[in-house]
Ligand binder design. Structure first.
Ligand code: NAP
Ligand code: ZN
Ligand code: ZN
Length: 346
């Protein structure tokens, strides 16, 4: 099937219109008309080859919301017209211990990402959600709860689950003290989710203009973390810190803000290594926990939870022909707090 979208052809060129083929839906596939797709900072890292290894042409996008057009004869989980989501993965081996435990994101054979991977045949590239349609095995399709705004739900498929999963794993609950580093797409979801779990949330930011929003999103405190001695008064305070920063930054100072046995949840994927002072870990018996999105069962759990609480993302809509501008604005922190592409315009 012919699909229309936007692709980066190289690390240096802006994204531009691109037509490509999607497979004809197989027996277990769902053919989805894409309505909305969020712009995650990972899309920008990938399109610009900041992590290395990007396959071009690259059609980014893994925060996908759409409607089912048709289903294969053995695909029974979804009905025509149903509102559905697709996140960061579209396939995995299904038999390893991680896949069978519902942690497809950590598949031992390597998960097939929604874009920038090769399909199981080892040769067909995957193309993401900056497009008008997609065909996905029903196992990797999620149901969007009624009542949630479709466009504002798109970022739940990555920013939402990437913060929900480790907040749950770290046991964040009523009365927990949580700090969130970086108030961007992931950071603002971390604030909303942690606050909804009953945590007392502090935002550690380098952008003074975000103070008011931090409070509106559910934070009790806002600290300009890059000021000298800004963290001095916070030593030993937090049960968990969610680090969503997309570039190189200090983590030893924040580690010292954890209580004994506290956890720094690292989800931000700086292309450059982060330095750690061993004493910031050793002295407090602290942990750094890396976390990659979430598995399919937990992603559905997160969507259902957001449905029950009325939680979505704060978004700004963009048409396809302004994606490059949106990338530049996202990189300068000029978005409240996630761009979502109107995919009906592809
Ligand atoms: P984003 O919307 O651009 O937000 C990143 C935030 O980091 C910014 O809003 C800014 O917050 C802060 N920041 C940026 N540059 C900084 C710098 N040089 N020094 C200090 N703070 C800085 O990005 P996002 O979409 O939330 O993604 C964040 C990171 O998570 C990216 O690296 C992305 O690739 C990664 N990611 C990881 C996963 C995973 O599974 N682990 C999933 C999705 C995304 P302030 O203005 O408040 O300081
Ligand atoms: Zn993402
Ligand atoms: Zn597997």
């Amino acid at each position: 099937m012919r699909a229309r979208g936007y692709a980066a052809r190289s690390a240096q060129t802006p994204l531009a219109p691109f037509q490509f083929e999607r497979r004809t839906p197989g027996a277990r596939d769902v053919h989805i008309r894409i309505d909305f797709c969020g712009i995650c900072h990972s899309d920008i890292h990938a399109a610009r080859n900041e992590w290395g290894g990007t396959l071009y042409p690259c059609v980014p996008g893994h925060e996908i919301i759409g409607r089912v057009v048709e289903t294969g004869k053995d695909a029974r989980r979804f009905k025509e017209g149903q509102r559905v989501g697709v996140g960061c993965f579209v396939d995995s081996c299904r038999v390893c211990s991680h896949c069978t435990a519902g942690h497809e994101n950590y598949c031992e054979k390597g998960v097939t990402t929604t874009y920038g991977s090769l399909e199981a045949d080892g040769k067909t590239p995957t193309f993401g959600g900056y497009s008008n349609l997609i065909v996905v095995d029903e196992h990797f399709v999620l149901s969007l709860p009624d009542g949630l705004d479709a466009a504002a739900s798109a970022p739940l498929l990555c920013a939402g689950i990437t913060t929900y999963a480790p907040l749950r794993e770290a046991g964040v609950t009523r009365g927990s003290r949580v700090a969130v580093m970086g108030l961007g797409g992931l950071g603002h979801m971390a604030v909303k989710l942690a606050a909804s779990f009953g945590a007392e949330v502090t935002v550690l930011s380098h952008s003074p203009r975000k103070a008011e929003d931090a409070r509106r999103l559910g934070a009790r405190e806002f600290v300009l973390a890059d000021r000298p001695r800004a963290l001095a008064g916070l030593a030993g305070r937090y049960d968990a810190i969610v680090d969503t920063i997309s570039a190189r930054h200090d983590i030893s100072g924040p580690l010292n803000c954890l209580r004994r046995e506290g956890t720094l949840i690292l989800v931000g994927a700086s292309p450059e290594p982060l330095a750690v002072s061993p004493f910031s870990l050793i002295a407090g018996h602290r942990t750094i926990l890396g976390s990659l999105v979430g598995g399919m069962p937990q992603t559905q759990e997160m969507l259902d939870y957001c449905g029950s609480q009325g939680i979505t993302s704060d978004i700004e809509m963009t048409p396809p022909d302004r994606i490059n501008e949106a990338y530049d604005r996202a990189c300068s922190g000029d978005v409240k707090y996630r761009f979502v592409i109107d995919c009906a315009q592809f």
